[in-house]
Design a protein around this ligand. Sequence first.
Ligand SMILES: [Zn+2]
Length: 74
Amino acid sequence: MIVLSSADEAVFIISRSGKPMLLVGNNRYYRHSSYKEGSLKCLYVCVKWSSGCRSSITTFNDEIVKYGKEHKHI
Ligand SMILES: [Zn+2]
């Protein structure tokens, strides 16, 4: 596990609607729809993606391998 910020622990969760999500600090990410269940590599995008935030996280085998852009919101 790559830890970039000591306070931000990544947690894999399932949303109330049954969608896989990633929780990092105060930010939540949806798994991108083009990455299917069981994929080794997944892209998670910020829940505010539709509002213009382009923050994302790439995971491989359930470990974070890459952080995308900064969030555009608080
Ligand atoms: Zn964001």
